[in-house]
Each structure stands twice: as structure tokens, then as C-alpha cells.
Design a protein around this ligand. Sequence first.
Ligand code: HEM
Length: 509
Amino acid sequence: MDTFLRFCQWLALMTVVAVVGNILRQLLPRSKSEPPAVFHWLPVVGNAVSYGTDPYKFFTENREKFGDIFTFVLLGKKITCYFGLDGNEFILNGKQSDLNAEEIYGPLTTPVFGSDIVYDCPNSKLMEQKKFVKFGLTQRALEDHVPRIEGEVFDYIKGSGVFRGESGTFDVSKTLSEITIFTAGRALQGDEVRAKLTNEFASLYHDLDMGFQPANFMLPWAPLPYNRRRDAAHAKMRGIYLDIIKKRRDGGSEERSDMIWNLMNCQYKDGRPIPDKEIAHMMICLLMAGQHTSSSASSWMILHLASRPDITEELYEEQVQNLAGGGRLGPLQYGDLDKLPLLRNVVKETLRVHSSIHSVMRKVRKPIPVPGTSFVVQADKVLLASPLVTALDEEFFPNAKHWDPHRWESRADKDGEDEEEEGGDVPISKGSRSPYLPFGAGRHRCIGEKFAYLNLSVIVATMVREFRFYTLDGKKTVPRTDYTSLFSRPVQPAMARWERRYSQSAGKE
Ligand code: HEM
């Protein structure tokens, strides 16, 4: 008992010494080359609570105090934020020799996705893998995806039980997350994966997803129950994909436009085909990377449409006028999407106001001077960019917090889209001096943009043909953002009311 008491006293003393030492260190004058630092009381924990609770608020409050560059402490790591157009350029277009993503994202993602791909391989190999995926999203593939996505949405509306009767309420995030995984499953992943999107696959997906705990940035290998379930789910999921690939190679099914077939036909520069294990891991990566971002975006879109029934009606009328010439609407086709500018702007505006990826991070490999300042970012730092900060900045978007798809009618922003580096055989998108970068920029720019736009547009176009949406209280508000998981989304549950556009009993209006 005495020993235990002495241990507790010693622990309390050490904690006080550490806290006081931490405070004193922060009061010492800082070198001119060090960016200003956000104050924190507790060593190691640092600013984790305020950053984790509401990163956007944390960014904007400290940006007001310190300007675009400052450092904070997150669970023992020193994170230097650099915001604004210059910050985006500095971080997203940083040289691979100066900055690296794999050291930051690798520990978290490798146990979920699997080995030898994306952040568990040299960056040059990732660039080749991204090229394979990008080239798999051909015009032909995208054309094929439209009826498949539309069909999945109709099947969900008919079969899920959520939309029974003439009107009702629904949990928007839960519903849109299910619709999004079914549509991506059918189109991108292929028929066999879609057929497996049953309870078993859903529970594997859930266990894998639990591997994206913020704590796993630091403790991915901790023998905790959720990590054990993640590893078991990964092994089973990989088995499912390997089985599908084997059956296809054995001649079991007709070649189609999905991503598995595309990857099965690709070769690395040295002539090696992609090993089946890597195809399986890349498919898991695409499934996970697309699901959070797209289901969050589709949920926000429906929630905004519920808060603005006038825009829902404009979207519907846009389809009636441009696709049916005022008459009956037929099945959607790829070419139709070009005739629906408001629909595109609804997707665009939603991605501006709600970015599910609020922090993009890179490990600093060697001291890098920040052009135009006295600062040098040292190799003990992680750099953090947040394109959300410019997307919500009044300087670039008047009334920036307000969701207004019509604002894009008078703007000509290029969203950093693929200006590719000349000369190399691996495309690296360069454009990052735009205030609007929902898909990032530079060598780690998203490869799923085309598919995401297509998937989101077809889902929303189909839902709007069938339903009108309203908020439960009739107010023009949307839920707050939940930042507690790695990918932000609407606070759960996010409910809305739906009303069938055409009465099932009476036929068309
Ligand atoms: C609305 C939907 C989406 C949004 C907002 C989004 C956003 C982003 C952003 C901001 C990045 C850059 C991260 C960084 O620089 O660290 C990224 C990377 C990535 N995205 Fe997406 N994404 C979306 C959909 C998709 C889809 C559908 C796929 C798959 C088909 C996908 C696959 C990827 C992959 C593999 C990367 C990693 C690229 C790399 O590190 O080089 N994303 N995404």
C-alpha cells in the first residue's frame, strides 16, 4: 500500500514537473525561423482536444491570431499549418524529396488496405497505380456506369423499406451511405462485389472501417479488439477479391468495364502485370477512399435540398426541360449530365462547403524555407494544408458559409483539375493555386473525381425525380458537422422528410 502511495506521489510530481516544464518552454523566446506556436497546457496531448472537436474553428481562430502559418501539438507531433493559396501550393505541390505522405498515412492505411500499394510502396509505384485507375475510368466505362447507378438507386427505393408509402422521414446519412456503397459496388467494383454487398460484406466493411481510428495514426499495431477485428476483416475481404479474380481468370465471366477487369489487364512499366494480391488491395483502397467522401457528400446534398425545396424543384425542372423537352423523363444517360448545369453546381457547391477531408498532411523530410517569409519548416514537423480554409474564405467566396449552387453560374474557377506535368509518363496534376480544391492537388490529388461526380450526380438526379425533401421543422437549416471520426460528416442522426413526387396509387401528377 505504502509503495503504491509513493508511486502515486511520484507520478503526480512528475506530471506537475512535465506540465510546468512544458509551459516554461513555450514562454521562451522563439527563433525567427520558427513559425508561431499555439499555446497548450498538457505536454503530448497538446491541442488535440480543440483541434479534434472542431478543426475548422481551430484553424480559423488561430489563423486570426497568427496568420497563415503556425504550429500546434497533436499527440506529441508538431504540426505546422500553412493555409491560403500559398500554403496550398507549398504543401500540395511540395517536392517528393522534401515532403512525404506515406510516412503519415501508411501506418493507418496499410493494415486496412493491405501491403505493396498506395502508401506501402515507393511513391513512383503509387503514381503508376493511380494512372491505372485513372485510365480505367474511360468514357466508355463512365457511360456504362450511369444506368447501373440509376438502377441501384431505384432498387433501393423499391426494396429497402425506407421509402414505403407516399411520405415519411428518414435518416439521411444512413440511407445515403447505403445507397452510395451499392452504387459504387455495382459500377466501379463490378457485379460479383455488388452481389456480395450483403450483411457479411457490410460487417467486414464496418470492421475494416473501424481501423480508421485517429489513435491508429500512432498505435496501428496495438493489440486492441478493434485492430484484431480490422485484421481479420482485411484477410477475409482480400480473400473475396482474390476469389473473384481467380474465377475471372479461369474464364468464369464476361469482360466488363469495372475496375477489377481494368486492373487485371494493366502492367507496370517494367512489364510485370499487377499481382492479384495488389489488385485485391487496390480495390479495398478504392472502396474505402470513395465511400466516406462520397456518402458524406451525398448526405449533405440531400440535407441541403431538404432545407431548400425551391432548389430541389429547380433541379427537377432542369431535367424535365433539358432531358424530356417538357415531357416524360426517360432513363438517364451519360451525355445527359452535360445538360444539367445546376445539378453539377449542386455537387460543386456541396463539396465547397463540406469537405470530408479537413486536413491534408505531409511529413517534412528536410528543412524547407517558406518563400517570402523568415520561416524554415524543420524536419521534426508534419505540414498540414486545409483547402477547406480557402473554400470558406470571404476573400474568395462572398457569403462563404452560405450554400448557394447558383454562385457558380458567374464564376470560372478551375478546381485545380489535372494540368499534368509535361514530359513524364506518369500524370501529376499541378494546379493548386485555386481557392477551390476539394480533390486536393499535386501528386496525391484524388483519382476518383470523375467517378465521384458521376455517382453523386446520378444518385441526386434519380432521388429528385422521385421525391421532394423537407427539413423536419420546415426551417432552412442543415445539421452541424461531426468531426469526431477522421472523415467529417453531418451530425448523426440527420433526419429529413420525403414526399413522393408521383403518388403510387394515382400514377403521375
Ligand atoms: C466526393 C468524393 C471525394 C472527395 C471529396 C475526395 C477527396 C480527396 C482528396 C482531398 C484527396 C487528397 C488527399 C491528400 O492529398 O492527402 C484524395 C485522394 C485520394 N482519393 Fe479521393 N475523394 C473523393 C472520392 C474518391 C473516390 C470515389 C475514389 C476512388 C475511386 C477516391 C480515391 C482516392 C485515392 C486512392 C486517393 C489517394 C491519392 C494519393 O495519395 O496519391 N476518392 N481524395
